[in-house]
Design a protein around this ligand. Structure first.
Ligand SMILES: C[S@@+](CC[C@H](N)C(=O)[O-])C[C@H]1O[C@@H](n2cnc3c(N)ncnc32)[C@H](O)[C@@H]1O
Length: 286
């Protein structure tokens, strides 16, 4: 599988055909590949702001933090929890809101080690994130686009991963094949609690998400991945803070207190939920 195959024009949904360093639909809409090999399929009319998604600084901070390997156990957990061990060399994976590509890249490396060069696509609304991702991993397809209008035909993927992202379930369902899988990864109640206790005068109660289920999907499994890790420099602590919503939510005093830290021991508390797309067939089989 070469990259950037089986994608759709974001304007008229026609299939895009590769011509040298462009993708073109039958109505002549043309999308040039960037130098680093990604394609921007986010038309201006679908943008809510001039520079949507994570900023250049947030992307750089996330990249520096993730490269420390503190969230590598999440990669292990994704692979270990894959339903029915159904991941094969033919599985087509979308990382929806992939950020700077850490997880998709690491998954690709782990699968290549098992001689599985799977079709991997990463999509994010931030051009900064996709630029970084396309430099990091040359074997995946990288797209600037929105989860709200995935520029792909129906049934394009066998698994959609949404890691700390913004799920649009209807669109994920459309882009999934029958029996396709969806993984939601979110933070749990104790995630980074030690940092939050410094940032905030009191900690709000945890509000579970999608407790009532997710329309169009059946929950297959739910697991909590909990472990601890340490950061041993102010720069690493600031990188972590910059990639969380707390950078905007916390008070000035809270952020100043964090600036005094030289090290911190932290809890990672991460929830992984796997869902299967509901189709008529699998609904009747039960
Ligand atoms: C918290 S970050 C998580 C990034 C990555 N999944 C990770 O865990 O490292 C959320 C990402 O979602 C992207 N994003 C926000 N709105 C989006 C949308 N509508 N469609 C696709 N990506 C979106 C942001 O640009 C950002 O990269």
């Amino acid at each position: 599988m070469t990259t950037l195959e089986n994608l759709c024009c974001p304007i008229d949904s026609e299939l895009l055909v590769r011509e040298a360093r462009s993708l073109k639909c039958q109505h002549g809409h043309t999308y040039d590949l960037a130098k680093t090999g990604y394609v921007n399929l986010l038309p201006v009319q679908n943008k809510r702001s001039k520079d949507p998604g994570d900023s250049k600084e947030m992307v750089a901070a996330r990249q520096s933090f993730l490269n420390l390997g503190c969230y590598y156990p999440v990669v292990d957990a994704i692979l270990a929890s894959w339903p029915n061990h159904a991941l094969s060399k033919d599985t087509r994976i979308l990382d929806a809101g992939c950020g700077e590509g850490y997880y998709l890249d690491e998954l690709g490396k782990r699968l290549a080690f098992q001689a599985m060069n799977v079709d991997r696509t990463g999509l994010d609304i931030s051009k900064w994130a996709i630029t970084a991702a396309s430099k990091r991993d040359k074997k995946a397809s990288w797209i600037v686009g929105s989860n709200a209008h995935l520029p792909v035909p129906d049934g394009r993927f066998d698994a959609v991963l949404c890691l700390f992202g913004f799920p649009i379930f209807k669109e994920f369902s459309r882009a999934l094949s029958d029996d396709g899988l969806l993984l939601l990864v979110e933070s749990g109640p104790s995630h980074l609690i030690e940092l939050r206790e410094i940032l905030y005068p009191s900690i709000h109660d945890y509000k579970p998400t999608y407790d009532e289920g997710v329309e169009g999907f059946e929950l297959l499994s739910e697991q909590i991945e909990q472990y601890t890790f340490s950061l041993n420099s102010q720069a690493d602590i600031q990188n972590l803070l910059s990639m969380t919503p707390h950078i905007h939510k916390a008070s000035y005093d809270g952020r100043e207190a964090v600036k005094q830290l030289e090290a911190i021991h932290l809890t990672a508390d991460i929830k992984l939920r796997w869902y299967r797309k509901n189709t008529k067939e699998n609904r009747h089989a039960e």
